[in-house]
Every structure is written in structure tokens, then in C-alpha cells.
Design a protein around this ligand. Structure first.
Ligand code: MSP
Length: 531
């Protein structure tokens, strides 16, 4: 096989607690990207999973009075796996860092790096933030406020780091700084957005210092093969999920090694901006040291904020995805976060904003258009899609518009600019709604002399909805599946197989197809405390 899969990853999430919408945000973006690329006809591999080792998880388990393994097993089954269903994620694999496939391959990877001369033993002394699971460098900490005034604190967690002193094994990161600079100068697209690229380059240009790759005072982790009293530092275990899950280190000729050859390197690592340095500096350095190809792109998105700060469970500001989805549905959740926040920038969630967009853009905008269209075909054409007659400039304008917005949306998704891509489709829906208002099909229906004109209009509206279903399917798969069935799309095959590059080809719906009314795509919100 000669194809290369388009490989998308999310970070693997710490299972010290249950997921909140900040975590679901990254997975949603990955899923939208995945479904879009599938509809480009590409072979896509979408990986997500959980990060189960480290001090943070160990302490959560201790506090819960169970072993770390019991703790992670319970949370993964009760919370992390179910949330994928809640947000409708179509991932191909789910990796857990306690799985034997991961553990064995991590050990193999570090053996290789050590054999290549990049690992040595030395004492470590310095600050460590357990929240970040990170050895902090001199410039990383900031002046504390409130109860921590006068102390240096972690800028993400707002609390002082712990002082560590332990004998560790070090990864010789300093030897790879110039190679990383050369790589990123040659591949500026490899870290996005531009602000993230600049941050990485300035960090690299300050010069890199070697970093501990093991922990001697932590037991919950993967033992070093050459020194089993120590475990692999949790980040240097977790980052490897991206290769272990697709078969790195498996025996030649096995299906896993085939998968590695056809999947790695990753095309897009989606990460929050707080973990950029791990992904754009340490991770490629590790890969270089092991002689493996580097990822093609790391994209750092912003944070969901509450009161101006990163939403987090530890600050008790975490909102569970189900709290929103129970009220609005998974499609509206996916739509809102991809549409309302520019990917790459921070954004705030508010119930008011979400309700307003839901009502204006989904219920009144698209939902209303679809229900009017299907109702009119039922009332005026006995539920069968009519054959269009001659098109006038009004229809031609819509036909031209699909041909414009489809490649524009595709180009926006290529840039991971989901909000702009959705904006193109939304603009089109507004144009179709405007067309319906202008041509007044209900007036045409009153006079049999206008029958052909009426048929042209109704066919045009349904064809426009076909294009919308195809373009919005990656964002709102459940609602678009339902719309696809209502407009007779099933005659054209499964919605997920409709291609983005041919969506603008006019006239795909077959006259005579059955058009059904069905339930509202986006039901009106009941008056509740959230609505
Ligand atoms: N376990 C590490 C990642 C290892 S990847 C090899 C980790 N886990 S995390 O659970 O703390 O965070 C995972 C992802 O969730 C990060 O990309 C982080 O940015 C994202 N988010 C956590 N809170 C968030 C918000 N409030 N807003 C947006 N994303 C957030 O880091």
C-alpha cells in the first residue's frame, strides 16, 4: 500500500478527574477536522486517549483511597470513554498509557535514545509544578497574588511549584536546539498559529538545557528498562502515545508496523497553548534522538475561559460537556465552539451567547429553512422532489455561490479556521433564506400557471440544502444525517461519503425522490434556567 493516512491527534488527557468542556473542545476540533478530511476522500486516522501516569494522577488516587490503576480504570470507563459518545466523536483509536502496547514501546523508544547517546545520569534540583507535571525553568514562574503574594508561582495554576531534589536520568536536549531551529526555519508551517511559531522560535533561540527524562521519587509510571527503580517522566511517557498507538517499535511485517509506516508522521497535533513547548520542542527533539520523522504540524488552540481564567476542575470552574449537551444537543455544542471562538484564540463560554446563536443560526436559520422546504414539497408536490424548469438569475446566483463558498470553506479548514469555514456556509444559508422570501413559493403555488416556476424554486432550495448537509456534516453529523434523509439524500448514498470537492456540482438530488418532514432539526429551547 502506498497511501499515507491523514493523521490527527488530540493530547491525551490526565485522568486525575472527569472531563470538562475545555477537554471536549480539543476533541471536537479534531473530530470536525477528521470528518472534513474524510469527505475530501482522504484516509484519516484520528487518535485520542488518556494520560494515566504521573504524580497528579497518583495523588488523586491516594486522595480517593484506591490504587492508581483502580482510579484510572474507573474514570476512563465512567467518564472519559462516555464523553466521546456525548460529543459524537468518531475516533479510530483510544490510547491509554497503562496499556502493554504503550508501555513496551515507550521502553523500546528510550532504550534506542539511550543507545544513540542522548541519555545520561545526573542529579536534578529545581522547581516542579505537579499541575503541569513540569520541571520549571527560571523564566517560567511569575509573582504570586493573594495568599501567594511574595512567592513565585506557576502562571497556569497560580500556585508555587514544589522543590525537587532527586537523582535522575537526563535527556540531552541541549544537543538538539540548532537542529530544531534549522527544522522550523525550513518548515514555518510546522507550528501554528504564527504567534505559537514565534513563541517556540524565541524559546529555542534562548538555548536549550538538558531535562530529566525520569523520576526517582515517583512510582506510578513506566519503569526504565535499564534502571527499574526509576520511572519515565510522565511527559516523556505521554508524548510517545502518538507513535506507540500507531505501531512504533512493532516487529517488521506485522499489521502494526504497516500501520506505523502508513500513518506516522502525524499531520496535525492539536494541542492547547499551555502544552505547546512539550509538543513543539521536547517532542520533535525526542523523535530526532530516536531517528524518527517529525510531525508535520502542531496547532496550538486557545483556552476556554471562565472569569478571564482558563477553565479548570481544580479551580472549580469546569463545566461537564453533558451539562450543555443535555440542553442543546451534541450538534449545537460542536457548532457553537467551532463557530463562536476563533481557533487559536481564547474564548469565553456563556449560556446567553450559546442560546442566542442556537436560536438565530440553528433553529431560525437552518432549521426553519429545512422545515419550510420539506413542508412545501409535501404540500405542493405530494412529497416528491419536483423536476426543475429553467433557471433565472436568482437561482443562478445561488448556484454560483455554492461554487464559491465550497472551496473557500475547504481552504479555511485547511488553515484550521473552523469559524470562517462555518461562516461561509452560514452566509449561504442566509442567502437561501433571502431567496425564499423574495420568490414567495407559497404565492406561486396559488396559480397552476406558475407550476414549473414553483418546481424550479423548490428543487433549488432542496439542492441548496443538499450542499449544506454535505458541508456541515463534519460539524453537526447527527442533525445533518437527519436533514439528508428528509431531503432525499439517501438516494445518493451515505452522507459521510459525499465529497467536498464535488459538493458544488449542481443538480445531484434526483427529481422524484421522497421528501419527508420529520421532527425539527433544532427544536426551540424550552424556558429553563439555561435557556
Ligand atoms: N496530559 C497532558 C497532555 C499530554 S499529550 C501528550 C495534559 N492533559 S490535560 O488534561 O491537562 O489537558 C489536555 C488538553 O486539554 C490540553 O490541550 C489543554 O490545553 C486542554 N484544556 C484543558 N483545559 C482547557 C480549557 N479551559 N480550554 C481549552 N483547552 C483546555 O496537558
Amino acid at each position: 500500500m502506498s497511501y499515507k493516512a491523514f493523521y490527527v491527534s488530540t493530547p491525551i488527557y490526565y485522568v486525575n478527574d472527569a472531563p470538562h468542556i475545555g477537554h471536549a473542545y480539543t476533541t471536537t476540533a479534531g473530530d470536525v477536522l477528521t470528518r472534513w478530511h474524510r469527505q475530501r476522500g482522504e484516509n484519516v486516522w484520528f487518535l485520542t486517549g488518556v494520560d494515566e501516569h504521573g504524580t497528579k494522577v497518583q495523588r488523586a488516587a491516594d486522595a480517593g483511597g484506591v490504587t492508581p490503576q483502580e482510579w484510572v480504570d474507573r474514570l476512563v470507563h465512567d467518564a472519559w470513554l462516555p464523553v466521546l459518545g456525548t460529543i459524537d466523536a468518531a475516533n479510530d483509536d483510544f490510547v491509554r498509557t497503562t496499556e502493554p502496547r504503550h508501555v513496551q514501546r515507550v521502553q523500546k523508544f528510550w532504550e534506542t535514545v539511550k543507545d544513540n547517546g542522548y541519555v545520561y545520569s545526573a542529579p536534578y534540583q529545581g522547581p516542579y509544578c505537579v499541575g503541569c507535571e513540569e520541571f520549571k525553568l527560571p523564566g517560567d514562574l511569575v509573582e504570586g497574588t493573594g495568599e501567594f503574594t511574595g512567592q513565585l508561582v506557576c502562571p497556569v495554576h497560580g500556585r508555587p511549584a514544589e522543590e525537587l531534589q532527586e537523582d535522575n536520568w537526563f535527556f540531552q536536549l541541549s544537543a538538539l536546539g540548532q537542529a530544531l531551529i534549522d527544522h522550523y526555519e525550513a518548515h514555518p508551517e510546522a507550528v501554528q498559529p504564527r504567534s505559537a511559531y514565534n513563541e517556540v522560535m524565541s524559546f529555542l533561540r534562548q538555548g536549550l538545557v538538558d531535562i530529566s527524562m525520569s523520576r526517582s521519587s515517583v512510582s506510578w509510571g513506566i519503569p526504565l528498562p535499564w534502571d527499574p527503580r526509576q520511572v519515565v517522566y510522565v511527559w516523556f511517557d505521554a508524548l510517545l502515545n502518538y507513535v506507540t498507538a500507531v505501531g512504533y517499535g512493532s516487529d517488521p511485517g506485522t499489521p502494526d508496523s504497516e500501520r506505523y509506516a502508513h500513518t506516522w508522521p502525524c499531520d496535525v497535533h492539536l494541542v492547547g497553548k499551555d502544552i505547546l513547548r512539550f509538543h513543539a520542542v521536547y517532542w520533535p527533539a525526542m523523535l530526532m534522538a530516536a531517528g524518527q520523522p517529525l510531525p508535520r504540524k502542531v496547532f496550538a488552540h486557545g483556552w476556554l475561559l471562565v472569569g478571564g481564567e482558563k477553565m479548570s476542575k481544580s479551580k472549580l470552574t469546569g463545566i461537564a460537556p453533558a451539562q450543555i449537551i443535555d440542553h442543546f444537543g451534541s450538534d449545537a455544542f460542536r457548532y457553537y465552539f467551532m463557530r463562536a471562538i476563533a481557533f487559536g484564540q481564547d474564548g469565553s463560554f456563556s449560556w446567553e451567547d450559546m442560546s442566542a446563536r442556537y436560536t438565530a443560526e440553528l433553529a431560525n436559520g437552518l432549521g426553519n429553512l429545512a422545515s419550510r422546504a420539506t413542508a412545501m414539497v409535501n404540500r405542493y408536490c405530494a412529497g416528491l422532489l419536483p423536476t426543475p424548469g429553467e433557471y433565472t438569475p436568482a437561482e443562478q446566483a445561488l448556484i454560483d455561490m455554492v461554487a464559491d463558498i465550497s472551496p473557500a470553506a475547504d481552504a479555511a479548514v485547511e488553515e484550521l479556521d473552523f469559524a470562517t469555514a462555518i461562516g461561509h456556509v452560514r452566509g449561504f444559508i442566509e442567502a437561501v433564506n433571502g431567496y425564499v422570501t423574495d420568490v414567495e413559493p407559497w404565492v406561486l403555488a396559488k396559480d397552476p400557471a406558475h407550476a414549473e416556476r414553483l418546481h424550479t424554486v423548490l428543487y433549488t432550495i432542496c439542492e441548496c440544502l443538499r450542499a449544506v448537509a454535505v458541508l456541515y456534516n463534519p460539524v453537526m453529523p447527527a442533525a445533518m444525517q437527519s436533514m439528508w434523509e428528509h431531503i432525499g439524500g439517501a438516494d445518493l448514498g451515505p452522507l459521510g461519503e459525499q465529497r467536498i470537492d464535488t459538493v458544488a456540482t449542481w443538480g445531484q438530488l434526483r427529481p422524484g425522490s421522497r421528501i419527508t418532514k420529520g421532527d425539527a432539526l433544532f427544536p426551540r429551547l424550552e424556558d429553563t434556567d439555561a435557556g
